[in-house]
Design a protein around this ligand. Structure first.
Ligand code: NAI
Length: 333
């Protein structure tokens, strides 16, 4: 029986990991707290740990795990910026991840955010529940015929572009590695980053966070955008310089913003902070705008994505236990 210490457990994780067949041969020890150096000791008895985006696997944490006999780290997410891979390698630990679980989940949430923000569905929902049936302030715009700019045409960006084509929008895109055959087949046009900025009515971010993409949208780039532009970010918070975004919202240059990610989301998103008065000042300011819609990094959260995350993670843990090669594309060390 392979004992796995499972950190930062939420009820939906537990439900999906306990229901994925075949689960034989694995004993899950679910912990609600996060894994970091001062909680690592609680992995005692486990040969593997299963972690998420906010667990902090730095060198001190990995060293404690290695001393306890942990040999395998299974990330139940795609990103791995929270793991010191070199330290894991030096300690001869296996690290695997789930590179793609459901690009559709993220793309569909992206479009859902835009529809909600544009047609003010969140505001209408609250009004009608209070028997306020007035329509003042709820005017939106047709997406058909608008220019939609997709930044990053990987797995998620492509599906988002295709959904917008279904709305009969003009879709332009930019990517350092364009896929011209896909673009031609789907009626998408690749343009330069600058052209995309200056022509888009709606702009959607799907590039990964790298040193080059950090603050891709900043004071300089906001200035180039069309007045009234709607921006959606379901990628990573640090792609946007939030303080400049707030300035652009205050001046009315940016017409609406939908975010599933936020620059300083760590320690805030995924948690119930409704009793906490000390909310991050920048996030608190963003939440005061009627034309800003924020969800708490939930774009991935569909039954299908959770199922795929638990399937891939469970299979890799079983392969580790049987000393078999891991699933292709999932290995980090
Ligand atoms: P991917 O790796 O398939 O595609 C990323 C694309 O961005 C690539 O085509 C790449 O060439 C392009 N790119 C890189 N630098 C760029 C730049 N400077 N300008 C324009 N394009 C650039 O990644 P995938 O699966 O499509 O995911 C995209 C992002 O979505 C991830 O990096 C992640 O941050 C985010 N994500 C968010 C989730 C959520 O729940 N909100 C869940 C999963 C992913």
């Amino acid at each position: 029986m392979l004992e796995v210490a499972f950190f930062d457990t939420k009820t939906y994780d537990r439900r999906s990991f306990e229901s994925v067949p075949p689960k034989d041969g694995i004993k899950w020890n679910f912990h609600e707290f996060r894994l970091q150096a001062d909680t690592a000791k609680l992995a005692q008895g486990a040969k593997a740990v299963c972690v998420f985006v906010n667990d902090k696997l730095d060198q001190p944490c990995l060293k404690i795990l290695a001393e306890l006999g942990v040999r395998m780290i299974a990330l139940r997410c795609a990103g791995f910026n929270n793991v010191d891979l070199q330290a894991a390698k030096d300690l001869k630990m296996n690290v695997v991840r789930v590179p793609a679980y459901s690009p559709h989940a993220v793309a569909e949430h992206t479009v859902g955010l835009l529809l909600t923000l544009n047609r003010k569905i969140h505001r209408a929902y609250n009004r009608v529940r209070e028997h306020n049936f007035a329509l003042n302030g709820l005017v939106g715009f047709d997406i058909a015929g608008k220019n939609v700019g997709i930044i990053g045409t990987g797995r998620i960006g492509k599906i988002t572009a295709q959904i917008f084509r279904g709305f009969e929008a003009n879709v332009v895109a930019c990517d350092p590695f364009p896929d011209s055959a896909w673009a031609e087949a789907k009626g998408v046009k690749y343009v330069s980053f600058d052209e995309l900025l200056t022509t888009s009515d709606i702009l959607s971010l799907h590039a990964p966070l790298t040193p080059e993409t950090k603050h891709l949208l900043c004071e300089n780039t906001f200035r180039k955008m069309k007045r009234g532009v709607f921006i959606i970010n379901t990628s990573r918070g640090k792609l946007i310089h939030t303080k400049s975004l707030i300035d652009s919202l205050k001046s009315g240059h940016v017409g609406g913003v939908a975010l599933d990610v936020y620059e300083e989301e760590e320690g805030i998103f995924f948690e119930d902070r409704s009793e906490d008065v000390a909310l991050d000042d920048v996030l608190a300011r963003l939440l005061t705008f009627p034309n800003v819609l924020i969800t708490s990094h939930q774009a991935f959260l569909t039954e299908e994505a959770l199922h795929e995350i638990s399937r891939v993670t469970t299979e890799n843990l079983q392969k580790f236990d049987r000393n078999e090669p891991f699933l292709s594309g999932t290995v980090l060390t």
